[in-house]
Design a binder for this molecule. Structure first.
Ligand SMILES: *[C@@H]1O[C@H](CO)[C@@H](O)[C@H](O)[C@H]1NC(C)=O
Ligand SMILES: *[C@@H]1O[C@H](CO)[C@@H](O)[C@H](O)[C@H]1NC(C)=O
Ligand SMILES: *[C@@H]1O[C@H](CO)[C@@H](O)[C@H](O)[C@H]1NC(C)=O
Ligand SMILES: *[C@@H]1O[C@H](CO)[C@@H](O)[C@H](O)[C@H]1NC(C)=O
Ligand SMILES: *[C@@H]1O[C@H](CO)[C@@H](O)[C@H](O)[C@H]1NC(C)=O
Ligand SMILES: *[C@@H]1O[C@H](CO)[C@@H](O)[C@H](O)[C@H]1NC(C)=O
Length: 392
């Protein structure tokens, strides 16, 4: 596996298991007679295994008029930052793009199936407003599937919970800009890079989806802390990428010490990109996403991956327990058209968040595929019949 500790739950499709098994039986029964042939076959088996692991995150955007998956005007309580249609976004083309991985097909999101399989479970998003963006899209996708279902909303300072009562499924958002703690002390607010006290709340969940990044470079009045602390030392400031790495490492240690993988499935939502520098997408001179109406063609973003995504990858690869990376970075970079721009409830230019409906629906399609291992490998049928022929 290329990304050592980063386990993906989606490697082997059911058909591939059948193929590999039948191949194995065949090889086993003929190995005495045909040694050379059987070593060749076991090599073919390895190839087949490699082919059956599909990278859901390598692909491109294709126009598909059967999208979007819901009409956002039928979805209640979308935050005013994300509700582009309500705030007058005139173009709709951006809603009709579907993510097409190169080697497999993503299942269409099936909200009823999701709720049935998740009966009695709790899904918690922990992070900044991009976690809320992600969660509100999931909420809209589910609401669209069961429009008459009873929904209960509860919130207090820490939590906001939406429960689909007929299924007992709860979506919970816990805002935590840095994952690690900020504490009020006598000299001011201290960002504690070694400390995670919320962990006891997180542990009781069935699915956890973490994210942090957007707040790490904030300075001045937008910075919600006065000092940084780690290794029992206090600093006025420090290299922010280094601070990000230290906090992620603290979180990673928490996963290894506190998560019970038989109960809780852990995801990390990869770095969500912003679009304020046109040279990153070959439009030098543009300083925001306001003119963007279409996704980029192809699979590569000219600027490449942001530095933070390498830091994230490095920390995740050191975790011993299984953590799934929702590797949304590149596919979202290609979506310079999917931000609210000025179509939001505060009238500022926003090329950081994403319209709902819109791109986060794809993040949830990927979550659905990862959770239920439910995707079909493209050309699987052809591979299977070729293999059967080889074996007879
Ligand atoms: C995430 O996906 C992109 C695009 O396929 C790839 O370049 C990158 O290596 C992936 N990152 C990880 C950690 O797998
Ligand atoms: C969504 O619903 C609203 C209100 O019913 C309607 O005016 C609008 O045309 C719909 N949009 C789409 C894209 O179907
Ligand atoms: C995959 O999801 C579809 C709904 O999109 C469902 O009908 C089907 O049963 C699922 N397949 C598997 C193998 O879980
Ligand atoms: C908020 O609500 C949750 C769940 O309902 C509860 O466990 C928690 O103690 C509450 N927190 C506060 C600060 O009231
Ligand atoms: C910080 O200080 C506490 C109490 O003095 C000690 O228990 C702890 O090991 C120290 N932590 C580090 C990282 O040095
Ligand atoms: C993207 O691909 C489409 C269809 O192949 C083509 O019409 C369009 O000109 C391309 N756009 C860019 C910017 O290359």
């Amino acid at each position: 596996m290329g990304t050592s500790g980063v386990q993906r739950s989606c490697h082997v499709s059911a058909t591939a298991i059948v193929v590999v098994l039948s191949c194995f039986i065949c090889v086993a029964s003929s190995e005495m007679m045909l040694f050379n042939k059987s070593t060749r076959r076991s090599r073919d088996m390895k190839l087949e295994e490699q082919r059956s692991s599909c990278d859901l995150y390598q692909g491109s955007w294709v126009y598909d008029e059967s999208y979007p998956l819901y009409n956002s005007s039928a979805c209640s309580n979308i935050r005013k930052e994300f509700d582009c249609q309500k705030y007058g976004r005139p173009d709709h083309l951006f809603l009709s793009y579907r993510w097409q991985p190169n080697d497999c097909d993503l299942p269409r999101f099936d909200g009823q199936d999701f709720l049935k399989r998740f009966q009695g479970k709790k899904i918690m998003f922990v992070g900044d407003s991009l976690s809320l963006n992600h969660m509100q899209s999931l909420l809209c996708l589910l609401q669209a599937a069961v429009p008459d279902s009873n929904i209960i909303r509860q919130s207090n300072d820490t939590f906001s919970t939406v429960t689909f009562q007929d299924y007992g499924v709860s979506l919970i958002i816990l805002t935590s800009h840095y994952l690690v703690d900020i504490e009020e002390e006598k000299d001011g607010r201290v960002l504690k890079l070694d400390s995670i006290k919320n962990g006891d709340i997180w542990k009781n969940m069935d699915v956890l989806i973490f994210n942090t990044w957007q707040w790490w470079y904030r300075t001045g009045p937008k910075q919600p802390w006065d000092y940084i602390e780690y290794d029992n030392k206090t600093f006025m400031d420090m290299d922010r990428m280094d601070a990000f790495r230290r906090a992620l490492t603290t979180w990673a240690k928490w996963v290894d010490s506190d998560v019970d993988p038989t109960k809780t499935t852990v995801f990390f939502q990869g770095i969500s990109p912003s679009h304020y520098h046109g040279e990153e997408w070959n439009e030098p001179g543009r300083t925001n996403c306001g003119m963007e109406k279409l996704p980029m063609n192809g699979s590569t973003y000219p600027k490449g991956l942001p530095e933070a995504s390498f830091v994230l990858q490095e920390v995740l690869s050191g975790i011993k327990k299984p953590v799934n990376l929702l590797n949304i970075t590149t596919l979202s970079q290609l979506r310079k058209d999917a931000h609210p721009s000025s179509y939001n409830g505060f009238k500022g230019m926003d090329c950081t968040h994403w319209c709902v409906a819109g791109l986060p629906d794809t993040w949830n399609q990927l979550l659905y595929a990862e959770l239920f291992n439910n995707f079909t490998k493209r050309k699987a049928k052809k591979d299977q019949s070729r293999n059967l022929m080889m074996n007879t």
